[in-house]
Design a protein around this ligand. Structure first.
Ligand code: C2E
Ligand code: MG
Ligand code: MG
Ligand code: MG
Length: 282
């Protein structure tokens, strides 16, 4: 009897695993089609400067218009893309699309910086610098207007390589932001070692602000550290006025979150900027 039960369990486990494999394999095939078609789109989430109360940046976030499944968020496919190596092709597309858009904004005197997420595989691919160099010159991007985001854990995979690449990028005028700051295993040492222009405090600290004294202490300490090291700071996942008030009072530079806006399609994003700036002036 026990044996049968055990067998049942294994059976159930196998089916679940098999289904996951099948789904992943399907997504992999669909991703290849998506790359050839026009199924990806960048959405832009505004970044607010808490001092001037204006919007000064955008984070490009990829969305996939899947022919059968509708709009898919990166959580549904980025890991698979990373495992299969398809992330390199996707990342190349993302960088190109983001820089093309940034060039259009600059052409229309829209003074906004563009944040682009870069995956570890892309970062260590060996041709990120060439890619970025090409885009910056081809689109004549203003120095400082392009910022690459990478997580601390990813950055630490190869410290020497990362240090060199970050230095080269910063000489080109391209910023580097540590994404999800505070969630990795890395030490504070790299803040001294890498030419980092920005930290993005992870959403988990922000969502806890009003309930956890520890989170308030951690966020205040990060703000103090960033300002002492002259590194710009963005709080991610700001959803309430209370959170914004805390961040403003403690002189956090920028905020990003649903309190202001989710990521928007380009046309909506431009309208959002126009409307907000208009409200600021009047
Ligand atoms: P991330 O870079 O930390 O981006 C922030 C994520 O938090 C986004 O999710 C955004 O929609 C979400 N978010 C923003 N404000 C709020 C808020 O107030 N509350 C909550 N609950 N969430 C908020 P999204 O777009 O689903 O992206 C998830 C992750 O996927 C990103 O995390 C990033 O690591 C990755 N990703 C997105 N686009 C790309 C891309 O083009 N390339 C690569 N390699 N990764 C990407
Ligand atoms: Mg990011
Ligand atoms: Mg990220
Ligand atoms: Mg993040």
């Amino acid at each position: 009897y026990a044996k049968t039960k055990q067998g049942d369990k294994i059976q159930v486990f196998n089916n679940a695993l098999l289904n996951t494999f099948k789904e992943d394999a399907q997504i992999e095939r669909d991703l290849q089609t998506a790359l050839r078609g026009r199924e990806f789109e960048l959405y832009y989430q505004p970044l607010k400067d808490l001092k001037t109360r204006t919007y000064i940046g955008a984070e490009a976030l990829i969305r996939w218009h899947h022919p059968k499944k509708g709009v898919l968020y990166p959580g549904a496919f980025i890991d698979i893309a990373e495992q299969t190596g398809l992330i390199n092709a996707i990342g190349t597309w993302v960088l190109e699309a983001a820089c093309r858009q940034l060039n259009l904004w600059q052409h229309h005197q829209i003074d906004i910086s563009m944040h682009v997420n870069v995956s570890a595989r892309q970062f260590f691919s060996g041709n990120l610098f060439d890619q970025v160099w090409n885009l910056v010159s081809r689109y004549r991007l203003q120095p400082g207007s392009l910022i690459l985001e990478i997580t601390e854990t990813e950055l630490m995979e190869d410290i020497d390589y990362a240090t060199n690449l970050c230095t080269e990028l910063s000489e080109l005028g391209v910023g580097l932001a540590i994404d999800d700051f505070g969630t990795g295993y890395s030490s504070m040492r790299y803040l001294k070692q890498f030419p980092i222009s920005k930290l993005k405090i992870d959403r988990s600290f922000i969502s806890d602000l009003t309930v956890s004294r520890e989170s308030r202490e951690i966020v205040s300490a990060i703000i103090a550290m960033a300002s002492a090291l002259n590194i710009s700071l963005t709080a991610e996942g700001v959803e309430t006025k209370e959170q914004e008030d805390f961040l403003s009072e403690h002189k956090c530079h920028q905020a990003q979150g649903f309190l202001y806006s989710p990521a928007l399609r380009e046309s909506e994003f431009s309208q959002f900027l126009f409307k907000s700036n208009h409200e600021m002036i009047h």
